[in-house]
Write a protein that binds this ligand. Structure first.
Ligand SMILES: Cc1cc2nc3c(=O)[nH]c(=O)nc-3n(C[C@H](O)[C@H](O)[C@H](O)COP(=O)(O)OP(=O)(O)OC[C@H]3O[C@@H](n4cnc5c(N)ncnc54)[C@H](O)[C@@H]3O)c2cc1C
Ligand SMILES: C[S@@+](CC[C@H](N)C(=O)[O-])C[C@H]1O[C@@H](n2cnc3c(N)ncnc32)[C@H](O)[C@@H]1O
Length: 644
């Protein structure tokens, strides 16, 4: 998928109605946005009746615009005593409004409390998907910023209702194309409905061809009629194997590993109404890699905006959203006011990359040397990327906050070292070294970092253990200059916290030595030179630190998703070159390979895993899910005509 920069909308108010000069059309009828939303989109889809008593209900909208349809739907959900447990609202928008413009057009909104809550979470205008949670996560808004033609096929979800709300078809034909309607048909759940104010022939024909039964209904605001439709295809195509509905009517899972990955999966599942047992060999969570006293989180800018850049961006922005909620409820040690990543520059080239990709300053800024030095208070001697939403935190605090937030949905079971995993009837059974059954469930998630790979029923994955040592530095060490914000450039240095700082880290593949080494402290101190910091006068053997291991994949992206059934591949007798079509082992998922980025990636990785298990809307675009899919090495090998 080629990412296009986001160009925000220009909205004028003409005769009291918001107007888009670029399209020559109004955002809603003069008769009122909310009344139109209720008549055309809610009533047109038989809402709220159709979500009554459901656990989850998913609405897909083409054209988020000013958010009126979303606000009206959210208000109707709040007012409905029979409402579904969770409302998923997914909306695609090519030209989102800047926060200031949205605030301007939503000022004095009749649903002022909801409008203000939406504004408070309005994300930076970066391309692709953004997840916003409201009402304790029961209302989940997924905003997909980009062109509908590119993004609609990238959604991984089953839609129960469709709101078709582009500008008028003659001014905005790409929002009503036959191809778009066909894609809607592929996303529609059995019995899904669609509604639009348009009665254009092309729209009705497109819906019909996509498998909808189309009818006319009384229109709104001077329009005699509108279009409503129900999905009733003659043939229902089979879902790609990786998207097959989840097993487990019980909505219960066993999650193995209580580091950042496992805690994030547990929280992700709890948010979708699942319970889990969280098992770890250690006596308390976050005792292995996730037990470091501090680490960085931030986005990244890469010239190609490929999978790495997109995953980092989506994950960093999601972490920022989640942290802003968690930090109000749980103590998390850290610094949350931004992070600097020094660069060789020149700053003009850095700025050119931002301009080409259209990345906004609330996500990242290119700072020249004086600006970077001013912000960090270090003599960096180089320009830097500034990520305002980045920072540092203590991972064990994040793990604890994620678990506390998940509440009773998570049952913690420490001190259980799992040595084997076998399939018995419809369940996966986890056993300890003496063969005792520790737990069993239809759904198991291996979130136990490198060791996940030893438990696989069908052979190992490409995963490597990479040792790392960090160094703790007393803030008062003579000659030590500390930054005001965390600063990275190869190595990194954190600001002082409770009299200590931290720098690191080494990267030693295949090194299994658990002892702290003075030579590694020496390496970490030497790296400080790249940040303009001279090594403090200290004997490295007197310093404290910590050793841990990262689980790293060859392409440096995580491993997420249902484990492929390699045993079924020869039976299928064909090469499967797309991960989505690989057969999977029922109910066995993985969330690992977080490498050196577990703090930034874990929350999103946990949500991708949970959405996959529960069969709910994936929080990232399909191409990105493919890029982190645990099956990707198999499908890549098939593409290149070799075994994985
Ligand atoms: C030195 C160093 C510095 C780092 N710095 C940063 C940084 O600045 N920013 C950043 O984002 N990331 C950083 N990381 C990476 C980050 O720490 C990891 O990506 C993250 O902690 C991985 O989380 P995890 O849950 O996958 O693994 P872990 O935290 O290791 O959790 C796995 C859990 O599984 C349990 N387990 C394993 N096997 C079994 C079994 N058979 N039975 C029962 N339990 C089992 C373990 O006890 C463990 O608790 C750093 C890592 C290191 C080593
Ligand atoms: C009628 S407005 C939507 C109003 C909105 N549903 C509301 O409740 O406020 C149509 C929207 O479609 C968006 N749009 C137009 N062309 C698009 C495209 N190709 N891809 C995605 N969005 C597009 C416009 O930017 C505009 O916001």
């Amino acid at each position: 998928m080629n990412t296009q920069p986001i160009r925000p909308a220009l909205v004028e108010i003409r005769d009291g109605v918001p107007f888009a000069p670029a399209f020559g059309d109004v955002y809603h009828t003069r008769a009122g946005a909310l009344a139109q939303a209720r008549h055309v989109f809610l009533q047109g889809n038989d809402l709220p009746q159709r979500w009554a008593g459901r656990s989850d209900f998913t609405i897909v909208e083409t054209g988020f615009g000013l958010g009126n349809n979303f606000l009206a739907t959210w208000a109707a959900w709040r007012a409905d005593v029979q409402r579904c447990e969770r409302l998923h609202f997914v909306s695609i928008e090519k030209h989102p409004l800047t926060r200031d413009d949205l605030a301007r057009v939503l000022a004095d909104h009749p649903l002022d409390e909801l409008a203000e809550t939406l504004l408070a979470q309005w994300p930076p205008l970066t391309p692709n998907l953004h997840r916003l949670d409201f009402d304790g996560g029961q209302v989940r808004l997924t905003l997909a910023f980009g062109d509908v033609a590119a993004l609609l096929p990238e959604l991984r979800l089953r839609a129960d209702a469709l709101y078709l709300d582009g500008f008028a078809p003659d001014r905005n034909p790409e929002m009503w194309s036959e191809r778009l309607m066909a894609t809607l048909g592929r996303l529609a759940a059995p019995g899904a409905t669609a509604a639009t104010w348009s009665t254009s022939r092309a729209v009705r024909d497109g819906l019909t061809q996509a498998g909808f039964v189309v009818e006319r209904a009384p229109g709104f605001g001077g329009k005699r009629e509108m279009t409503v439709a129900r999905f009733a295809p003659r043939h229902t195509p089979a879902l790609p194997a990786a998207d097959a509905p989840a097993v487990a009517g019980s909505r219960h899972a066993v999650v193995l590993g209580a580091g950042l990955a496992g805690a994030s999966v547990a929280r992700g599942l709890a948010a979708l109404g699942w319970s889990c047992e969280l098992i770890d060999r250690q006596a308390h969570p976050a005792a292995e890699a996730s037990g470091n006293p501090g680490g960085l989180f931030h986005g990244i800018v890469l010239p190609d905006d490929g999978a790495h850049a997109r995953l980092h961006r989506a994950a960093a922005l999601r972490l920022q959203q989640v942290l802003s909620g968690l930090r109000g409820r749980h103590p998390i040690a850290g610094g949350f006011t931004g992070l600097l990543r020094a660069d060789e520059g020149p700053v003009a080239s850095m700025q050119a990359v931002l301009d080409r990709q259209g990345l906004p300053p609330d996500y990242v800024q290119a700072l020249d040397t004086p600006q970077a030095e001013g912000l960090s208070e270090l003599p960096l001697g180089r320009p830097a990327w500034f990520f305002p939403g980045g920072g540092w935190l203590r991972p064990s605090d994040l793990v604890q906050a994620l678990l506390t937030d998940a509440g009773d949905a998570v049952r913690w079971r420490g001190g259980l070292d799992i040595r084997s995993l076998v399939r018995v009837a419809d369940e996966w059974v986890l056993m300890t070294a003496n063969g005792a059954v520790a737990a069993r469930a239809e759904v198991v998630v291996l979130a136990n970092a490198f060791d996940a790979h030893a438990l696989l029923p069908q052979g190992p994955w490409p995963l490597q253990r990479v040792r790392g040592q960090i160094t703790r530095l007393p803030a008062t060490l003579p000659g030590l200059a500390l930054p005001r914000l965390p600063v990275a450039a190869g190595g990194y240095l954190l600001p002082a916290h409770e009299g200590m700082s931290l720098c690191g880290a080494t990267s030693q593949p295949g090194d299994e030595d658990p002892t702290l080494r003075a030579s590694d402290h020496g390496h970490n101190l030497a790296q400080l030179a790249r940040l303009g910091v001279s090594s403090p006068a200290v004997d490295p053997s007197t310093l404290d630190g910590r050793v841990g291991w990262r689980a790293v994949t060859p392409d440096r992206l995580p491993l997420i998703g249902p484990v492929p059934d390699t045993g079924a591949l020869p039976v299928l007798g064909r090469r499967i070159t797309q991960p989505r079509h690989l057969p999977r082992l029922p109910g066995l998922h993985v969330c690992t390979g977080l490498g050196s980025r577990g703090i930034t990636w874990s929350v999103l990785a946990g949500e991708i895993t949970a959405a996959w298990i529960a069969g709910q809307a994936c929080p990232v675009e399909g191409g990105l899910r493919d890029a982190v899919d645990v099956g990707r090495f198999l499908s890549r090998a098939a593409r290149h005509g070799r075994s994985a």
